[in-house]
Design a protein around this ligand. Structure first.
Ligand code: GLP
Length: 239
């Protein structure tokens, strides 16, 4: 175990890996807390903290006095707050990477033009990237930015990290968002990029981001592999 890494993170990382590779199958129990303490050479505290993280990620179910049960191999993206892909990967102990397929300035068209309230003579900047979690192509992201915001992206290596962090550093404010979720069949680009069959089902999230004045400045069409990702929403309270 690396001395700088907190014990609970090490335990969580190991258990996550075993759930992902199927060693701990969906519906089956994990070893008991006591067995995990012995195996990892740690006390109950770090084991409980690790299990609590896995529960928050939607991977296991916990009940008093019983071993945790594997609920899903998918990683859950919660939509109640905007979590940029890179941050989400970090939080769930995975490595994020990006493969940029295109960054282009072109005239506004289609659903993006509509969401951004642009006329066809106005320009947008489109970024098409494949996002990977632990080297696995997980999502294809097509983000369309209004011209004055998107122009900054020509100074950024879009394979290298977070567009959100970069644009925030350039003064963009992701102040509010609207998400629309549905299912789509993979087209040729989706299929080739994600290594799936053409026509296979994908979870789609379309998002419009607005700045503090309410101006829409980004429209994203993100398609996720449903065998890897689940969407979740956490409500702070009920009415
Ligand atoms: C999430 C959103 C995407 C957005 C991405 C930005 O995945 N669903 O629409 O493009 O975050 O991620 P990053 O800031 O890591 O580039």
């Amino acid at each position: 175990m690396g001395s700088s890494r907190p014990r609970h993170e090490h335990v969580a990382g190991e258990l996550r890996g075993r759930i992902r590779d199927g060693r701990y199958a969906v519906g089956r129990s994990l070893p008991s807390e006591a067995a995990l303490c012995t195996e990892f050479g740690v006390s109950r505290g770090p084991v409980r903290q690790a299990l609590a993280s896995l529960r928050t990620e939607g991977l296991v179910e916990l009940s008093q006095g019983r071993p945790a049960v594997v609920r899903s191999r998918n990683v859950t993206q919660t939509l109640d707050t905007f979590t940029p892909f890179s941050q989400w990967a970090r939080r769930t102990g995975r490595a994020a990477a990006s493969r940029t397929l295109e960054v282009a300035r072109r005239r506004a068209s289609g659903p993006a033009a509509q969401a951004l309230a642009l006329t066809p003579d106005e320009f947008v900047v489109e970024v098409l990237r494949v996002r990977l979690l632990d080297d696995e192509p997980t999502m294809i992201e097509r983000s369309t930015f209004v011209d004055d915001v998107g122009a900054h992206l020509f100074e950024f290596d879009t394979d290298s990290g977070s567009i959100t962090d970069f644009l925030t550093g350039r003064g963009a404010r992701f102040d509010s968002m609207e998400h629309v979720l549905d299912a789509v069949a993979a087209d040729r680009v989706d299929a080739d990029s994600l290594g799936i069959d053409r026509g296979a089902p994908l979870l789609r999230e379309r998002r419009t981001s607005r700045d503090e004045t309410g101006r829409p400045f980004e429209f994203a069409d993100d398609r996720y592999r449903p065998d890897l990702v689940t969407f979740g929403i956490v409500n702070a309270r009920t009415v």
